[in-house]
Design a protein around this ligand. Structure first.
Ligand code: HEC
Length: 133
């Protein structure tokens, strides 16, 4: 999960708590927290540059050993990526790169992401998103 999303969830929870405790204007508080969540969560998706799937296919060369050439993983414990939302894939890659998805497999992916820039990740995300399920 991308850091800004985590942050949004936390702030959302905080606002919910205040709806409970200081309930004189619950609707305003609720609208405020929804607005706040919308504002804070939009940059993650907006950060994704337009991807080029032709280039993405070439750049995904090293990924296919684990994720398959068209995003269908040869192993049950590695995730499929075919037909997934491009922005989701992009956010996931950013999260690995920034160390926000942890665990042994997360560190493995962080290593994979270390050689990719933002445009590479957008291209690859676009390529896998376009593959049929
Ligand atoms: C050595 C095997 C391996 C290679 C190579 C590899 N990955 Fe992964 N990838 C994994 C594993 C395992 C996970 C699940 C990690 C976890 O538990 O978070 C993963 C997760 C992902 C996810 C998150 C999927 C989801 O549904 O949340 C994305 C996106 C991703 N990889 C993209 C890539 C890209 C792009 C490349 C090539 C640049 C790549 N991977 C190379 C093994 C690999």
């Amino acid at each position: 999960m991308h850091l800004s999303r985590l942050y949004t969830l936390k702030c959302g929870a905080k606002n919910w708590a205040s709806v409970k405790h200081f309930g004189d204007e619950p609707l305003n508080n609720l609208l405020g927290s929804l607005l706040f969540m919308a504002v804070v969560s939009s940059p993650a998706a907006a950060n994704m540059p337009e991807g080029n799937s032709e280039l993405g296919m070439q750049k995904a060369y090293t990924c296919q050993f684990c994720h398959g050439a068209t995003g269908i993983s040869p192993r049950d414990d590695y995730p499929n990526m075919n037909g997934q939302n491009a922005e989701y894939l992009f956010d996931a890659m950013m999260a690995y790169k920034e160390g926000n998805r942890d665990g042994a497999m997360g560190r493995l992916m962080k290593q994979q992401m270390s050689v990719l820039n933002t445009q590479d990740m957008a291209d690859i995300a676009t390529y896998y998103a376009e593959q049929s399920r």
